[in-house]
Design a protein around this ligand. Structure first.
Ligand SMILES: [Zn+2]
Ligand SMILES: [Zn+2]
Length: 187
């Protein structure tokens, strides 16, 4: 069975070098759907609480919200950073509070202080699915990711590992010591 959670992500990007309108900077509200698969946890009669999927995923995904997403070789990148620098907002601003933890993976690097994500590949819906899976695969039993942005939509199914021990009282993942971080239940 699956527990399914959906997020809205508002972002700006462009397809650098693409022969079409998308080579110009523009924005979207993207809709990301994450499907988590496992057995039904008998204690709570859920696969996984959706608010906990939200919490786990949003900790990293909020770096993509109200962010600029550019490919690492895009000449807009140094140009934008130069403007942010001159404006004094490159390294953060008191009103930039909705920040996730900075991260760096094979596919992308997040700079929460200036709401920028730099990607290795063009940030298409397919590219975003790869990025999200890579960021969350060790935390959630992801069976499918769907991403819709404007008229573009993509989805990919993944093999689930089915080895996440869950609390029979809260349904959330137990830590490495078999303890529930929420209620203290010990396996
Ligand atoms: Zn676009
Ligand atoms: Zn618990």
């Amino acid at each position: 069975m699956r527990s399914i959670t959906t997020f809205d992500l508002q972002y700006a990007h462009r397809f650098y070098g693409f022969k079409g309108e998308a080579q110009y900077l523009h924005g979207h509200t993207g809709v990301l759907t994450i499907e988590v698969e496992d057995t039904v946890n008998e204690g709570v009669n859920m696969v996984f609480p959706c608010n906990e999927i939200q919490k786990t995923a949003w900790a990293v995904l909020k770096n993509f919200d109200h962010a600029l997403i550019l490919r690492e070789d895009d000449p807009l990148l140094p140009a934008v950073l130069d403007v942010y620098e001159k404006q004094g907002i490159r390294n953060g601003h008191p009103q930039n509070t909705m920040k996730g933890a900075a991260f760096k993976t094979e596919l992308c690097t997040a700079y929460p202080d200036c709401r920028l994500v730099v990607t290795k590949e063009t940030m298409t819906v397919e590219g975003m699915i790869k990025i999200v899976y890579d960021l969350l695969k060790d935390k959630l039993n992801i069976a499918k990711i769907t991403f819709t942005s404007g008229v573009n939509a993509g989805s990919m199914e993944f093999e689930t590992r089915k080895q996440i021990d869950r609390c029979p009282l809260c349904g959330i993942a137990l830590d490495e010591n078999g303890r529930c971080p929420k209620c203290g239940y010990k396996k």
